[in-house]
Design a protein around this ligand. Structure first.
Ligand code: UD1
Length: 429
């Protein structure tokens, strides 16, 4: 298994290109199941999760093509892929595939909308919590689906097709909003989703669906209205910039000091975390080509943060912010409200000498003068990158084990930050 080795202490200076968002690319790829024409997606990140979802879609009968690299094209920019679901040859999403990536459960929406029947494995739990799918099932039932759980699979039927309805989510869910929005595009009549997720990735999916011929209004607000159409067509769409990758590298620069342009980043996608970073002492400016993050001279001060659905502070940046706070002047309180078990990085950060105590959903971080490099273990995608951030600022050598978690969500991380002066390399094993 590969490891990442870091010798801490270097400042970061230079340019980091920001990739297309993983969390937008995945639902966009799944949307290809809604049409028999070709969906072309630009700026798709080269990630393990994208490759895994490709396998899942190919299993349903999707033809997949990837454009070759053009002369002069940088490998750090995203790829263009084409997905054509001319005919869906298999409406079953098997356990072996779904269990490796939760978001693949989302195929249930398009498969049911287009084929009126499907069988999709329940995804099971994951390291950051139980992550139930009750909201998806409730929403699909509201659209007229008949659902049974048999042998770990959701067996879904909608003879005659889905029918639009009002779907009121008791809790904000990104995945359930994606699925009901996709399913409703081909339902008969109007669907209104209340308490919808407002994440930029929802807006990006809605833009693509509209380009495919869907009638959608209100994406980005908590009420989304979808008027069903008989069929969708092919389209070409560029994946929105990854706000989590942007926030992660912004925090890395705040941690190490230096001056980095996050090329292609869009400030409007992460105003809350950028404000928090300004508050703790980083200088952030938005330019035509991206976001410039600087910290020279002054140290970082503590701030309190509570995770919330968009436009609040993202749970996907909580671990990285905690790493940053380990070296802040003062004490910070970090409250996780989205997932019940998203503090596995606490024990690993303690291995660097961080002082963190946990009480329920609140972590209290007492900033220390310095961290010391250590061997640590990645436990999930975002937690693993928090260990990289700590390692970049720690004295001496850090090895991050189980980096396959990182490869699921960060495109060429060590290449991107070593270009800016970090001493970081991958040890294949
Ligand atoms: C997505 C993101 C993930 C991010 C999360 C929250 C992708 C691929 N993943 O995950 O990176 O951390 O949003 O911003 O986009 N819930 C239920 N019942 C359900 C569905 C969800 O109780 O049927 C709960 C979850 O357990 C969690 C909360 O709702 O506590 C929010 O989860 P949700 O927004 O659905 O997260 P994902 O879409 O899985």
């Amino acid at each position: 298994m590969d490891k990442i080795r870091i010798i801490g202490g270097n400042r970061l200076n230079g340019v980091i290109p920001i990739s297309g968002a993983k969390n937008a690319a995945l639902p966009l790829m799944i949307a290809s199941l809604l049409t028999d024409e070709t969906l072309t997606l630009e700026n798709v990140p080269r990630l393990a999760d994208v490759r895994q979802l490709t396998n899942i879609l190919v299993n349903h009968g999707v033809d997949y093509g990837v454009n070759g690299k053009r002369i002069g094209e940088d490998l750090l920019t995203g790829q263009t892929i084409s997905l054509t679901a001319r005919s869906i040859t298999d409406t079953t999403a098997p356990y072996e595939l779904v269990s490796t990536m939760r978001a693949s459960f989302w195929v249930i929406g398009p498969l049911l909308a287009r084929m009126h029947a499907c069988k999709v494995s329940l995804p099971g739990g994951c390291a950051i919590g139980t992550r139930p799918v009750d909201l998806f099932l409730m929403g699909l039932e509201r659209l007229g689906a008949q659902l049974d759980v048999e042998g770990g699979y959701v067996v879904a039927k909608a003879p005659g097709g889905l029918v639009g309805n009002r779907v009121v989510f008791p809790k904000v869910s990104v995945g359930a909003t994606h699925v009901i929005m996709m399913a409703a595009t081909l339902a008969k009549g109007q669907t209104v989703i209340e308490n919808a997720a407002r994440e930029p990735e929802i807006v990006d999916l809605a833009k693509c669906l509209i380009a495919m011929g869907a009638h959608i209004q209100g994406a980005g607000t908590s009420t989304i209205t979808i008027d069903g159409v008989d069929r969708l067509r092919g389209a070409r769409h560029r994946v929105v910039a990854d706000r989590i990758e942007t926030g992660t590298y912004a925090m890395a620069v705040a941690m190490t000091g230096g001056d980095v342009l996050l090329e292609g980043a869009e400030g409007s996608l992460l105003e809350n975390p950028l404000d928090v970073l300004r508050q703790v002492g980083a200088e952030i400016t938005e330019t035509n080509s991206g976001i410039r993050v600087r910290r020279n001279g002054h140290g970082i001060v503590a701030a309190d943060v509570t995770t919330d659905p968009f436009p609040g502070f993202p749970t996907d940046l909580q671990a990285q912010f905690m790493a940053l706070m380990t070296r802040a002047k003062g004490t910070s309180h970090i409250t996780e409200t989205i997932f019940e078990n998203r503090f596995m990085h606490v024990a690993e950060l303690a291995r660097f000498g961080a002082r963190i105590s946990l009480s329920g959903q609140v972590a209290t971080v007492e900033g220390v003068e310095s961290l010391k490099g250590a061997p640590v273990m990645a436990t999930d995608l975002r937690a693993s990158v928090s260990l990289v951030i700590a390692g970049l600022a720690a004295e001496g050598e850090t090895t991050v084990n189980r980096v396959y978690h990182l490869d699921r969500g960060f495109e060429r991380l060590e290449e991107k930050i070593s270009r800016c002066g970090a001493d970081i390399s991958r040890i294949s094993g």
